[in-house]
Design a protein around this ligand. Structure first.
Ligand SMILES: *Cc1c(COP(=O)(O)O)cnc(C)c1O
Length: 393
């Protein structure tokens, strides 16, 4: 597609993109090059937790850009220290390593677990993960993921990630042996189709891993930072994991991620782990602004209430159109379709006029909803009205 003096063909093709270029955004709305607005229930894949261009993020970026952008990861900087303090004070973890992407944070979790296994479990290195899981797109995190086809796409895989069945504790137990160092899971499988782990399964996993002397790693890149109505999804099961990773929402739209661990697990020594941009003040200043907003009195209660409202409206819509209901946690939800019209509904949502609708279909029979955490009831109603029309068509 031609865009002014340039062509989109100059970009490497990695996915089929619609023929539009987004030029601006505010809250739950995006605007394309022709001036058409779209109601955004994707929000950068559950990333823009405060919506598009929220004032607290713009202000944090501007203020930090004028003060200090990059002293080097070899030195402490103010927002890095402050954000680590906020995260440890509001979680069960003691230390933080900042990264730029969820995949990179998960790579760090895998390295930390393997190092711990070398020191404390006789070189054990295997990490049990789950079918249909998603942990990122680096070679190790693709190998950890249970996505169909990824075992051969860039073969050979990184070894050491046997796959258990989600919500099936016996399948995990069967895979634990002398080489096992950890179990890693998403408390809600996001890319796999918005499938929450049963709190009883999370509790059983914690008991099992503790009894066998191995680590429990929660990948909260999608489920963390208020997305499920609690600051972190592990809180729903009232468990204490050993390691957690964060991404997406923590940066509210900028590249920021984090690896958190309990003190007794932190075994990196000088030189073991690092990265040029890790903990840079420009991004961690945004993280501070995001966390401060999420911790404001009543914010997470509102997310919970909006999640229940969205669930209720989706259920009504599903019943009216003979679809198969909805599921999810907080503001990470999915409607289960009676057929495989998901991709078609997503495409027709884009084409709606005068305003378009942005939805995602992680599977052909599933529509996923991941609006801004501060989405209004009126915006939910507007989305439901648009979807109502799309389901009729
Ligand atoms: C998105 C996601 C990742 C990967 O994050 P990137 O920032 O794209 O590397 C990892 N784990 C989960 C659960 C995710 O949803």
């Amino acid at each position: 597609m031609q865009y002014g003096a340039y062509s989109t063909d100059s970009l490497m093709s990695i996915t089929s993109r619609p023929e539009l270029v987004f030029e601006s955004g505010k809250g739950s709305w995006l605007v394309d090059q022709r001036g058409k607005s779209y109601l955004d229930f994707i929000q950068g894949w559950a990333v823009n937790c405060l919506g598009h261009c929220p004032p607290e993020i713009s202000a944090a970026l501007l203020a930090q850009a004028e003060r200090l952008i990059n002293p080097s990861p070899a030195f402490y900087n103010a927002p890095m220290v402050e954000l680590a303090g906020l995260l440890t004070a509001n979680s069960v973890f003691d230390r933080v390593f900042f990264a730029n992407t969820g995949a990179e944070a998960n790579e760090g979790a895998i390295k930390l677990a393997r190092k711990w296994g070398r020191l404390h479990r006789d070189g054990a290195y295997e990490i049990v993960t789950f079918g249909h899981s998603f942990h990122g797109r680096t070679l190790a995190t693709m190998s950890a993921s249970g996505k169909a086809g990824w075992d051969t796409l860039y073969a050979p895989q990184v070894a050491g990630f046997p796959k258990a069945v989600y919500n099936d504790i016996a399948s995990v137990e069967a895979l634990i042996g002398a080489k096992t160092v950890a179990v890693m899971l998403e408390p809600v499988q996001g890319e796999g189709g918005v499938i929450p782990a049963d709190p009883a399964f999370m509790k059983a996993l914690r008991e099992l891993t503790r009894a066998r002397g191995i680590l429990l790693i929660v990948d909260e890149v999608q489920s963390g930072m208020g997305r499920t109505g609690k600051l972190f999804a592990y809180e729903h099961a009232a468990i204490v994991p050993d390691i957690m990773t964060l991404g997406k929402g923590i940066g509210g739209g900028v590249p920021l991620a984090a690896l958190l661990a309990r003190e007794e697990i932190c075994c990196f020594e000088a030189g073991d782990q690092g990265g040029t941009y890790n903990g840079n003040p420009l991004m961690t200043a945004v993280g501070v602004a995001v966390v401060r907003r999420l911790l404001q009195a009543g914010f997470l209660g509102e997310v919970e209430a909006r999640g229940q409202y969205l669930a209720k409206r989706l259920l009504e819509l599903s019943a009216r159109h003979g679809q198969h209901g909805e599921r999810g946690c907080g503001l990470l939800r999915a409607m289960i379709l009676a057929d495989e019209r998901g991709p078609e509904i997503v495409r027709r949502g884009l084409e709606l006029a005068p305003q378009g609708l942005l939805l995602n279909a992680p599977r052909p029979n599933l529509l996923r909803f991941m609006p801004a955490l501060n989405v209004s009831e009126a915006e939910i109603d507007q989305m439901i009205a648009m979807l109502d029309g799309l389901l009729q068509g």
